[in-house]
Design a protein around this ligand. Structure first.
Ligand code: PEP
Ligand code: MG
Length: 580
C-alpha cells in the first residue's frame, strides 16, 4: 500500500478504480516505405468517412438536446470531411514526406490552424478551431482511439490526471466520476470548484502521482484530509468504507434546515444563494437545497462545455439563461459574464500565458471582443423576461471599465428596442470586487453599481500575490490574512455607505472561519456551492450577529494569520462545537 498527501479540495471519500486521464495530445511520427503509401491512403479515407458519421451523429444529438440552430454549427465540420484542398494537401505530403498518415494529418491541420488563428477576423478564427478539432478527431480515429473525453466514461472511476483542464470537468460524466486526483492545482482552482459543486471528492496537488498509479489500481481519495492511498490494505479499506458512510450520514443530518430561513439568532437575515457552473448537471441539487436564488452563475462554463469547442451562439446562450431563470423564478439569478482566461482556457480565444491570472482574462476579453460581448448581453437581456435576472461583471479594476460596459448595455438595449424584442427594465447590474484595485476604489465602484459581490478567491490571490492554482505556494494562500480582512472591511463598509447590498461568492464564504469574518463585517448575502449551503445555513442560524461582530472587531489588532486563526478557533470551540 502506498500513501500520499495533497490538498483537500472537495469534501467526501471516494473509493474506486483509477482511470488515468491525460488531455495532452501526442501523435506518433515515423517513416514509412513506398509500398505502405496506398495502405496509409486507405486509412485516411476510412477515417474521413468515420469522422463524417461522427459529426452527423453529434448533429442529430444536438438537434434533440439543443436547438436546430446550434446543431447547424456542425454543418461546417461535416463539410471539412470533403474539403478537397485539405485532402489533396495531405496526400501530397504523404507521398513527399513518407511519414505515417496520423503525423501528416496532424501537421497539415496544425499548419492551417496557425495560419487562420492569427487573422483579425472571427470567422477565420472559428474556422481555425474547427480545423484543429477536425484534425485531432481524424488522428484519434486513425489511432483507433476513442476521442478521449471525460464525457465518455461509462464505468465508475477515480479520475487521475496531471493537470485537469477546466473544460474537461465541464463535460465530465458526473454519474461515473467517483473522485478526482491531480498532480497540480489548488483549493480554489476551478477544478476544485466544479468538484465541490458536483459533490465529487477531490485531492489536488499530489506530486508525481500519475507515475505511481496504473490504470485500474484501487484508490482511496480522502477529500477531507487530502490523503490518498494506492491499493490499500484490508484494514485501511474497511476503515475508509466506514468513513464514507459516516460522511454520507453527516450530510443527511442537515437536511431538516432546508425549509428554514437563513437568519442569525438575533434576527439578522443573511440571504443564502447557490453558485452554479454546469446547470444541466447541477440544477436538481441546486433547487433542492432551499436557497434564496443563484448568487453566481459562472457563464463561461457554457463556453467551455460546448461540444465542438465553439463559442455558444446567442440563441444557445439565450436558451441556457432562460432555463435557469425560469427554474428559479421569482428568486434572483445572478449571471456573471464570461470569465475565461486564467485556468479556463478556451482554445482559439485564450491561451496559457506567462502570468495567466494577470493577463487576458474575464472582462478584458469581453471588452476586447465586442461581438462576443454583445452576443452575451443580447442573450441575457432577451432572457431577462423569464425571471429575475441580475448581471455581474468579473475582474473589474476601475470605473473606466464600468463606463465601457454600460455603454455596451445601452447599445444592446437600444438595438432590442428598435427590433421590438422584449426585455426587462428591472435587471440589476453588479460588479465583482476581486482585485485590490476595485477594493481600494469601492466607494466609486459602489456608487456606480446596483450591488457588489466579493470574489474572495481572486481577491486573496491578488492581495497576497499568490497564484491560487499553484500548489507550491499554497501555504501562502491565506484567506484569513490580516491584509485580506482589512480589504474585506473596506469593501463591505463602502457598499453600505453607498446603500447597496454586498455579497460574497468566493470559497471563503463557505468556510466556517471565513464565514464568521463575513458575518461579523456585516455581509448581506452569501453565495456558495451546493455542497456548503446546509452547513453555512446551520452556522448562520447558530450565531448571534452582535457577538460575531464583536469577535471580528477584536481581530484587527493582530498582525499575523496564525493569531487570527487561533482567536477564531477559540471562539468556535466555545460557540459552535456542535458543528465541528
Ligand atoms: C472569486 O474569484 O472568488 C470568484 C467567485 O470567481 P472565480 O472563482 O470564478 O474566479
Ligand atoms: Mg474570480
Amino acid at each position: 500500500m502506498n500513501f500520499f498527501s495533497g490538498i483537500a479540495a472537495s469534501r467526501g471519500i471516494a473509493i474506486g478504480k483509477a482511470h488515468l486521464y491525460n488531455y495532452k495530445f501526442q501523435v506518433p511520427k515515423y517513416n514509412i516505405s513506398d509500398i505502405q503509401i496506398d495502405a496509409e491512403t486507405d486509412r485516411f479515407y476510412d477515417a474521413l468517412r468515420k469522422v463524417e458519421q461522427d459529426y452527423k451523429k453529434l448533429k442529430m444529438d444536438l438537434e434533440k438536446e439543443a436547438s436546430e440552430d446550434t446543431a447547424k454549427l456542425f454543418d461546417g465540420s461535416i463539410l471539412l470531411t470533403k474539403d478537397h484542398t485539405f485532402i489533396n494537401e495531405v496526400l501530397t505530403r504523404l507521398r513527399e514526406d513518407k511519414k505515417n498518415i496520423e503525423w501528416i494529418v496532424y501537421d497539415v491541420s496544425d499548419t492551417i490552424f496557425k495560419k487562420l488563428i492569427i487573422l483579425d477576423d472571427e470567422f477565420f478564427r472559428d474556422r481555425a478551431v474547427d480545423f484543429l478539432n477536425f484534425g485531432k478527431r481524424l488522428v484519434n480515429t486513425m489511432l483507433l482511439e476513442k476521442s478521449q473525453s471525460l464525457a465518455d466514461i461509462d464505468s465508475d472511476v477515480i479520475v487521475v490526471s496531471n493537470d485537469l483542464a477546466v473544460s474537461d470537468t465541464a463535460n465530465m460524466n458526473r454519474q461515473h466520476v467517483l473522485g478526482i486526483l491531480t498532480e497540480l492545482g489548488g483549493a480554489t482552482s476551478h477544478v476544485a470548484i466544479v468538484a465541490k459543486s458536483l459533490k465529487i471528492p477531490a485531492v489536488l496537488g499530489v506530486k508525481d502521482i500519475c507515475s505511481k498509479i496504473k490504470e485500474s489500481d484501487l484508490l482511496i481519495v480522502d477529500g477531507y484530509s487530502g490523503k490518498t492511498f494506492i491499493n490499500p490494505d484490508e484494514k485501511t479499506l474497511i476503515f475508509y468504507k466506514k468513513e464514507r458512510e459516516r460522511f454520507e450520514n453527516s450530510e443527511k443530518k442537515f437536511l431538516s434546515i432546508r425549509e428554514k430561513p437563513s437568519v442569525t439568532l438575533d434576527n439578522r437575515a443573511i440571504a443564502l444563494k447557490v453558485n452554479m457552473e454546469i446547470p444541466y448537471q447541477e440544477i436538481d441539487l441546486a433547487m433542492d437545497v432551499g436557497s434564496d436564488g443563484v448568487g453566481l452563475y459562472r457563464s463561461e462554463f457554457l463556453y467551455l462545455s460546448n461540444k465542438d469547442k465553439k463559442l455558444p451562439s446567442e440563441e444557445q446562450q439565450f436558451n441556457a439563461y432562460k432555463f435557469i431563470l425560469e427554474k428559479f423564478s421569482p428568486k434572483p439569478v445572478t449571471i456573471r459574464t464570461i470569465d475565461l482566461g486564467g485556468d479556463k482556457i478556451l482554445e482559439g480565444y485564450t491561451e496559457r500565458e506567462l502570468n495567466p491570472y494577470l493577463g487576458y482574462r474575464a472582462i478584458r476579453l469581453s471588452l476586447d471582443k465586442p461581438k462576443m460581448f454583445r452576443d452575451q448581453l443580447r442573450a441575457l437581456y432577451r432572457a431577462s423576461i423569464y425571471g429575475n435576472l441580475q448581471i455581474m461583471f468579473p475582474m473589474i479594476t476601475g470605473v473606466d471599465e464600468l463606463a465601457k460596459i454600460y455603454k455596451e448595455i445601452q447599445n444592446v438595449k437600444k438595438e432590442l428596442t428598435k427590433n421590438s424584442i422584449p426585455f426587462s427594465n428591472d435587471v440589476k447590474v453588479g460588479t465583482m470586487i476581486e482585485t485590490p484595485s476595485a477594493a481600494m476604489l469601492s466607494d466609486f465602484i459602489c456608487a456606480k453599481s446596483d450591488f457588489v459581490s466579493i470574489g474572495s478567491n481572486d481577491l486573496v490571490q491578488y492581495t497576497l500575490a499568490v497564484d491560487r492554482n499553484n500548489d507550491r505556494v499554497s501555504y501562502l494562500y491565506q484567506p484569513l490574512h490580516p491584509s485580506v480582512i482589512r480589504m474585506l472591511k473596506l469593501i463591505i463598509d463602502g457598499a453600505h455607505k453607498a446603500n447597496i447590498k454586498v455579497s460574497v461568492c468566493g470559497e471563503m464564504g463557505g468556510d466556517m472561519k471565513g464565514l464568521l469574518i463575513f458575518i461579523g463585517l456585516g455581509i448581506d448575502e452569501v453565495s456558495t456551492g451546493v455542497n456548503n449551503i446546509d452547513l453555512v445555513k446551520k452556522i448562520i442560524r447558530s450565531v448571534n450577529y452582535s457577538e460575531v461582530k464583536d469577535l471580528v472587531d477584536s481581530l484587527f489588532i493582530f498582525d499575523e494569520t496564525s493569531k487570527i486563526e487561533k482567536e477564531l478557533d477559540k471562539w468556535i470551540s466555545k460557540h459552535l462545537k456542535h458543528l465541528i
